[in-house]
Design a protein around this ligand. Structure first.
Ligand code: HEM
Length: 397
């Protein structure tokens, strides 16, 4: 019996079983926590193709959906963009997509610069050693999503704590439902406020011009709050760890300039593939995968970490190569209709934050205890619980 997820043997690489399964067959029967069976897809070409397959549904309320305790099964997340198929999904995606387009994210750049600068100031003003997760990665990611949506940053502890519960594989359904209700209450207050008094933010635009019901606005804002900070914070912490653990990599990153840094971010996204459980779908018709057939009603898990480490697609996939020419072909943001709505924002935030952090703090070093990274192995998203650092003389500016 293939238990899924398998355990990592190296904290920063996917479990070795995935490479074996990828060589053996296009789909692997696995048993999810809770005992439900599913088919795991591990090859890059198959994962990419299936993410656009019309007979694979994202509906987490479908009886065959391969639930692995992820937040997506909890309403209102199941009723939002990420849990819808076809025309219902397209309609919401059109409205929300405009808010996260390349030009929209470019307009956010000055605010992103300010957020990063402020986070570095905060780091410098506090005690050393410092936990880079709590003092840099989370503030940058949370302030960014608050700015985009129009939510006050003073609520960050509420949504950070409750998102943590939602994405923690060891929590009960009841705990997750309570966490989801807490974020919903926060967002419902915001929506009520913007109904009375619109401002220049996403929440106001959704209630005034989006053509959505209040319930749809709330459901999708809950998704944005939950999906929009923890993911970026985890990627930031893992990336900072990677660039600090190998000072040559950190120096290469800084010297690469904006374009080279953006490419390095793509490689970091590929290498870490933080959606460590992959993406869950249920087949609504029989589907061929190589020489196998997945039957209608069966659950499918698209293994993003395995696909992004597929040697058929990426040369020496287990080597981090910040200058990798085809790094951008990774599937860390998924692919197809549900491809991450916030991918430009996440890419830009990561580059801005890493360049700002290393640029202003060239003397930043891992504290000794950070040499053995404290990874989030029981969470839906790969990341670090803590990242203790210290630094030598900062560069002012
Ligand atoms: C969807 C990854 C950051 C909002 C997704 C999906 C992936 C992903 C793999 C596809 C889900 C599926 O197909 O079922 C990531 C990673 C991030 C990140 C790796 C950071 C490094 C963000 C940010 C936001 C965001 C910053 C918001 C501003 C969303 C939304 C969806 C989504 C709304 C659902 C899209 C849909 O179903 O159409 N993300 N994400 N994500 N992400 Fe992200």
């Amino acid at each position: 019996m293939n238990r899924y997820p398998a355990e990592r043997s190296c904290p920063l690489r996917p479990p070795p079983e995935y490479a074996r399964w990828r060589e053996e067959a296009p789909v692997t029967p696995v048993v999810l926590p809770g005992g439900r069976p599913a088919w795991l897809v591990t090859r890059y070409d198959d994962v990419r193709r299936l993410l656009r397959h019309p007979a694979l549904s994202s509906d987490s309320t479908h009886p065959g959906y391969p639930a692995f305790g992820s937040a997506v099964e909890v309403p209102p997340l199941s009723r939002s963009l990420i849990g819808l198929d076809g025309a219902a999904h397209e309609r919401l995606r059109r409205v929300l997509g405009a808010e996260f387009s390349v030009p929209a994210v470019a307009r956010m750049q000055p605010e992103l610069d300010r957020i990063v600068d402020r986070a570095v100031d905060g780091l410098l003003a506090g005690p050393v050693p410092a936990d880079l997760v709590e003092r840099f990665a989370l503030p940058v990611a949370s302030r960014t999503i608050c700015h985009v949506i129009g939510l006050g940053y003073e609520s960050h502890e509420v949504f950070e704590h409750n998102t943590h519960v939602l994405t923690d594989g060891t929590r009960s359904a009841g705990q997750k439902a309570a966490a989801s209700a807490a974020i919903t209450a926060l967002v419902a207050d915001l929506v009520g406020d913007r109904r009375r008094r619109a401002r220049d933010d996403l929440a106001s635009r959704l209630v005034t011009t989006g053509g959505l019901t209040d319930e749809e606005v709330v459901d999708n804002l809950v998704l944005l709050v939950a999906a929009g900070h923890d993911t970026s914070a985890n990627m930031l912490a893992l990336s900072a760890w990677t660039l600090l653990d190998d000072p040559a990599a950190g120096a290469d990153f800084l010297a690469a300039g904006p374009q080279g840094q953006q490419n390095a971010v793509e490689e970091l996204l590929r290498f870490h593939s933080i959606i460590q459980l992959g993406l869950a779908r249920v087949a609504t018709a029989d589907i061929e995968v190589g020489d196998r057939i997945v039957r209608a009603g069966e659950g499918v898990v698209l293994g993003l970490p395995a696909a992004n480490a597929d040697p058929r697609r990426f040369t020496e996939p287990d080597t981090l190569d910040l200058a990798r020419a085809d790094a951008r072909r990774h599937l860390a943001f998924g692919f197809g209709p549900h491809q991450c709505l916030g991918h430009y924002l996440a890419r830009t935030t990561l580059r801005t934050a890493l360049a700002g952090l290393l640029g202003r703090l060239p003397g930043l070093r891992l504290a000794d205890e950070a040499r053995a990274p404290q990874i989030k192995d029981s969470m839906d998203f790969h990341g670090l619980h803590r990242l203790p650092v210290h630094w030598e003389t900062p560069v002012e500016g």
